[in-house]
Design a protein around this ligand. Structure first.
Ligand code: SF4
Length: 401
């Protein structure tokens, strides 16, 4: 395992604790209940990036491992007197387990947490295996469903394909339209779209919006300084320009759908907090449990190097508390102290936060670097700031005139 550079060599967790800093308890657990996938998306960080450890893990999380996850969550909630948390049933593709099994898992999780504890259970799926009866079963168990859709059909079908190379847009459309129906809508979690800079961002936003989802999130493709984002045939700021056009389509929409990344950027510009891992300096209180029970940092780190998300802990033997002093987990909870000199000197750092932690990785130096998307983020956040500041100034002038 490559653990060179910050935080592994230089972050003194003992000194932080001695100074009075305390970790934020875990508020979200992503559980890899099915390690394999029925699709072969071209950009998938699990199967196509540096870390190939999925090959050695169980295809399906064994029941005793899942029971340990539930018990560890219950213990964590009691120890920290938590009132709420969220579990995301994830993969691979969780629907390969079937809705009945997923429903049983939700029941087991809820039985393990204290009375009165608000446990939200969600699932992130590619949508292909969702049927009406499956959605009904997930609804019955109060499992919200978020679906990955990459904009218009032609774009989605370039990236999100079966192992035989066939596009999946038609199947996903059917699933999303079912989720949007009034009888299922309370279980519709939203849409997740990976940014592709050679697509039309306005058409992408409007296509996703037409599904009438409760929320949309745009995710930058996972990349770092060793494996930079695809820019062949594109301008040097193509990702930033894409985000600006999508942001403007959303910002100028008279009835916008909540877009987590954009709402977080606006909130941060106005002095609030982020709800997105991609921006801001809020502590990230999220852990992942892989199908063999290993407690991991964030699975996006699989794009950095083999073993990058490992904590060396497993739910069979370890509580979630043990992970809270792991340098990689601490690094995502200490805000500005995790940023290098270049980011700290950047006027946008309180909004940008250095970008997604996984995108800061540079071999030999670790994670205390600007994002590999730094120039794109500067462009996009600068644009969003200018629009929000202009509107806020106009509003203040109007009410104080
Ligand atoms: S824009 Fe670049 S330098 Fe500024 S905080 Fe973000 S990653 Fe760091």
């Amino acid at each position: 395992m490559t653990t060179v550079g910050w935080p592994y060599e230089d972050l003194d967790v003992a000194a932080l604790l001695a100074s009075g800093w305390r970790p934020t308890p875990v508020q979200e657990v992503i559980v890899k209940v099915h390690q394999r996938c029925n699709l072969a998306c071209s950009y998938c960080y699990v199967y196509t990036h540096a870390d190939q450890t999925w090959r050695d893990r169980p295809a399906v999380m064994p029941p005793e491992v899942f029971t340990s996850v539930a018990l560890r969550l219950g213990r964590h909630a009691r120890r920290h007197d938590l009132k709420r948390a969220r579990v995301v049933l994830h993969g691979g593709e969780p629907m390969l387990l079937g809705a009945t099994t997923l429903g049983r898992m939700a029941t087991e999780l809820r039985a393990a947490v204290p009375a009165g504890f608000r446990l939200a259970v969600g699932m992130q799926t590619n949508g292909v295996l969702l049927t009406e009866s499956g959605i009904r079963e997930l609804n019955r168990h109060d499992i919200t469903v978020a679906v990955s859709v990459d904009g218009i059909a032609a774009d989605h079908d370039r990236f999100r394909v079966t192992h035989a190379g066939r596009g999946t847009y038609a199947a996903v459309c059917r699933a999303v339209e079912m989720l949007a129906r009034p009888e299922f809508r309370q279980g519709f979690g939203g849409l997740l779209c990976t940014v592709a800079p050679d697509t039309d961002p306005v058409e992408c936003y409007r296509t996703l919006r037409a599904f009438d989802p409760p929320a949309i999130d745009f995710l930058m493709p996972h990349a770092n300084w060793a494996a930079p984002p695809h820019r062949d045939g594109l301008g040097p700021l193509a990702y930033g320009e894409w985000l600006i056009k999508a942001f403007d389509a959303w910002y100028d929409d008279p009835a916008p759908v909540p877009v987590r990344l954009f709402e977080s950027v606006v909130d941060l510009i106005l002095g609030g907090r982020s709800r997105s891992e991609q921006v801001g300096l809020s502590p990230v209180a999220l852990l992942v449990v892989d199908s063999d029970g290993e407690i991991e940092q964030i699975d996006a780190l699989k794009s950095a190097y083999p073993g990058a998300c490992s904590t060396g802990l497993n739910v069979a033997a370890d509580d979630f508390d043990a992970a809270l002093s792991h340098p990689g987990v601490v690094a995502r909870q200490i805000g500005v102290a995790a940023l290098g000199d270049e980011c700290r000197a950047c006027p946008l750092h309180r909004v940008c936060g250095g970008g997604h932690y996984a995108h800061r990785y540079r071999p030999g130096a670790g994670f205390r670097n600007p994002s590999v998307y730094c120039a794109d983020l500067r462009l996009f956040i600068g644009h969003a700031r200018d629009r929000v500041v202009a509107d806020t100034r106009a509003l203040v002038e109007a009410v104080t005139a």
